[in-house]
Design a protein around this ligand. Structure first.
Ligand SMILES: [Fe+2]
Ligand SMILES: [Fe+2]
Length: 349
């Protein structure tokens, strides 16, 4: 498989990045809101349960529903003159500290960075909502349709919680990053249930769980901690759906099909990794006198780059892909080389 987003690749020292610099192109990408999606809808006449483990995940989802308006304490405050998270959790705050800038600026930059990350999670939630809607059509078993339908409600609630948090407490929602939009559309445009499930449920849901878990552990703001905690619990159920679905797909796949899925999964995450937050740095860097290229060069040349960079991947995606047999010796070196994985024992499956 060819690398994705070839036209936007360049070398920053040893590291190959994906970078968008043309603002007209970035706006054009964002303004494209109509997407042609080829889908094959399946009826089923089997209304009994055929996949017991999916049925019990569906039951679990029903029990764990929550209300974003009523179950969160919206009276709690959030402002840019507090440390929303541990200072080391913010790339911008860390860089500003190295530059000798005052603490108020560091806190404000962290606030903006978190606002940006939450915005990207929000746009990802919208993609998840739309993709699960598609799954209710393309899946062929009733258990799969039911679970996907229950996830649609979860994703709507995540959009509600995140958008309300940003609108009420942060004051803005940043636009979607170009790299993320292109990758999410690859999943939304994918023709088969297998690709959609692998891409969204296993890769992006898994990444979301990893990122949210790191954010929650570093978070110092009680309302944001609770928002992330509640969403993260639903997301782990969604990632589990991905594994249960993909386990059956992989079991029935030929060696060539497995290799194709393994390469495709790596290709999607490699492109995400190649952005190295440049979309965020281009948007917020100028406000704080930060040069995006220098930051990425600095970060990618750190001796512990792989340890830091691999954290969101190692949390859920790497263990799940390994368990599915979609991260084998064949691609292992590629993951290691790009700092998307380390040899350390994965945290959890
Ligand atoms: Fe979600
Ligand atoms: Fe989800």
């Amino acid at each position: 498989m060819d690398k994705l987003l070839q036209d936007h690749r360049k070398r920053f020292g040893e590291f190959e990045v994906i970078e968008f610099v043309d603002t007209a192109e970035i706006e054009r990408l964002r303004d494209q809101i109509e997407v042609d999606v080829p889908m094959q809808l399946h009826w089923t006449w089997e209304y009994g349960s055929e996949v017991a483990e999916l049925r019990s995940l569906y039951e679990k989802g029903k029990v764990n529903q929550w209300n974003a308006e009523l179950d969160l304490d919206w009276s709690l405050a959030c402002s840019n003159d507090e440390w929303l998270m541990n200072p080391q959790a913010s790339m911008l705050a860390s860089v500003l500290q190295m530059m000798g800038r005052d603490e108020a600026t560091q806190k404000a930059a962290m606030f903006d960075e978190i606002n940006y990350v939450l915005s990207q999670l929000l746009h990802g939630e919208q993609a998840a909502l739309q993709l699960c809607g598609q799954l209710t059509n393309v899946c062929d078993k009733m258990d799969e349709k039911w679970y996907a339908a229950s996830q649609v409600v979860d994703e709507a609630r995540h959009i509600e919680a995140l958008s309300k948090f940003m609108q009420r407490k942060m004051g803005s929602i940043y636009p979607i990053g170009s790299t993320l939009k292109i990758l999410l559309e690859i999943l939304l445009e994918a023709r088969t249930a297998q690709q959609k499930t692998l891409g969204m449920q296993t890769l992006f849901e898994g990444m979301a769980v990893g990122i949210m878990d790191m954010m929650r552990r570093d978070c110092r703001n009680p309302l944001l901690t609770e928002v992330i905690h509640r969403i993260e619990q639903d997301e782990s159920r969604h990632a589990a759906f991905g594994v249960l679905m993909m386990r059956r797909v992989v079991r029935d796949a030929s060696t060539e099909q497995k290799a194709e899925m393994e390469d495709w999964a790596f290709g999607i995450l490699e492109a995400l990794n190649a952005n190295q937050q440049l979309d965020m740095l281009h948007l917020l860097g100028p406000k704080y006198g930060i040069d995006p290229k220098s930051v990425v060069q600095l970060v990618t040349s750190l001796p512990n780059f792989a340890d830091l960079n691999s954290m969101p991947y190692m949390h859920t995606v790497v263990p799940n892909l390994r368990n599915l047999g979609l991260l084998t010796e064949r691609t292992r070196e590629r993951w290691l080389k790009l700092g998307m994985m380390t040899e350390k024992k994965p945290a959890a499956a």
